[in-house]
Design a protein around this ligand. Structure first.
Ligand code: TXA
Ligand code: MG
Length: 324
């Protein structure tokens, strides 16, 4: 049985006993376990049905606390960390032998992050080990941005979901690597490329997994709902499907030819921050409807919009493969 509650002590006790707890963060909910306990980490992969080649992010409340597990943080990453941590930023740092290879899928670098959420921050403060926490969704599915989302998919598989309200950012953390003197954005997320470049100057933004097979997290087929999602123009889809079976994920406004209840708008005022907060929730709502296809509109390709568009493109690729 899975309980939902805001009892930090209970969550702490379960994690200390090697059990898993879903935790709120500002980005998305995570499926957390003791990163140094192999049984707990193995259980994370099992519950998520995630392949072992896809590494996990380590969560802590202070970088000093995990210094036994990592080597020196390169200067440019240190600069970003001091600006954006706690926050939706993850950095890749060389690990020591004390950090299990299971966490990093054999890579010599480990991904680390300090979440900016009061409940989870306090939980981490009370623990003397870091937490491994992927997003708390089955592998390849849309990330959860509320305790209810986690419950809907992982109930009966984990003992406790720590309630922390809806996620304020709504998109996963931005993942940054520093390789051969160059800052690379491996995953676009809650900290925008523009914000990073303000501090570091121009960075390299990785667009597709094929350009970096060593970063399994950049798998193309990600974040997809079960119903086929397309980025093709609505007019084209209207000629192929019956209108009442078409769902629309719109940026600012709906469309008169689509049933009112089948269209969800990300931000009536056209704000990308609000669009990000609503993004995964709206995709889930559309996925529950009796539809043949979801038509999604790309949002303005700047700031958080770049991360949203990236996820939409991946979801569309997955759908295309499903049709093939
Ligand atoms: O916002 C977030 O980052 C959320 C919350 C819960 O913190 N976590 C999250 O974890 O999104 P996950 O596992 O769903 O996505 C982490 C991504 C994966 O795609 C993984 O491949 C990549 O980070 N990653 C983790 N460790 C890595 C490493 N050592 N090298 C390259 N990529 C790594
Ligand atoms: Mg994930």
């Amino acid at each position: 049985m899975t309980l939902i509650g805001s009892d930090i002590l209970r969550a702490r006790g379960l994690l200390q006993a090697g059990k898993l707890v879903a935790i709120p963060t500002e980005t998305v909910y995570g499926l957390a376990g003791n990163a140094i306990n192999t049984r707990a980490v193995t259980e994370i992969f099992r519950v998520k049905d995630r392949p072992f080649f896809d590494p996990l992010i380590i969560h802590t409340d202070r970088l000093e606390k995990i210094r036994d597990y990592i080597l020196e943080i390169p200067g440019p990453l240190e600069e970003l960390a001091s600006r954006f941590m706690p926050g939706p930023l993850t950095i890749l740092v060389h690990k020591t032998a004390l950090m299990p290879d299971l966490i990093t899928a054999g890579s010599s670098k480990v991904a680390i992050r300090i979440p900016d959420h009061p409940i989870t921050f306090e939980l981490l403060r009370q623990l003397d080990f870091p937490l491994a926490a992927p997003s708390a969704n089955p592998f390849g599915y849309v990330s959860p941005t509320s305790a209810q989302h986690v419950y809907d998919q992982l109930k009966d598989n984990i003992p406790y979901i720590l309630e922390g309200g809806p996620c304020s950012v709504g998109l996963e953390s931005t993942i940054i690597d520093f390789d051969q003197g160059q800052i690379q954005v491996l995953r676009k997320g809650g900290i925008t490329v523009e914000e990073i470049e303000k501090i570091t100057g121009p960075v390299q933004v990785m667009e597709r997994s094929t350009s970096r097979p060593s970063a399994p997290g950049m798998l193309d087929q990600h974040y997809a709902p079960s119903i086929t999602l397309t980025l093709q123009p609505l007019q084209q889809i209207l000629s192929q499907y019956s209108p009442e079976k078409i769902g629309l994920l719109a940026f600012e406004k709906g469309h008169p030819e689509i049933k009112q209840e089948n269209q969800l708008v990300l931000s009536v005022q056209g704000h990308l921050t609000e669009a990000a907060q609503n993004f995964f929730h709206h995709l889930r709502e559309l996925d529950k409807m009796d539809l043949d296809i979801i038509v999604a509109e790309l949002v303005p390709d700047k700031g958080l919009g770049r991360a949203i568009n990236d996820k939409l493109r991946r979801a569309a690729i997955k759908s295309k493969n499903k049709l093939a």
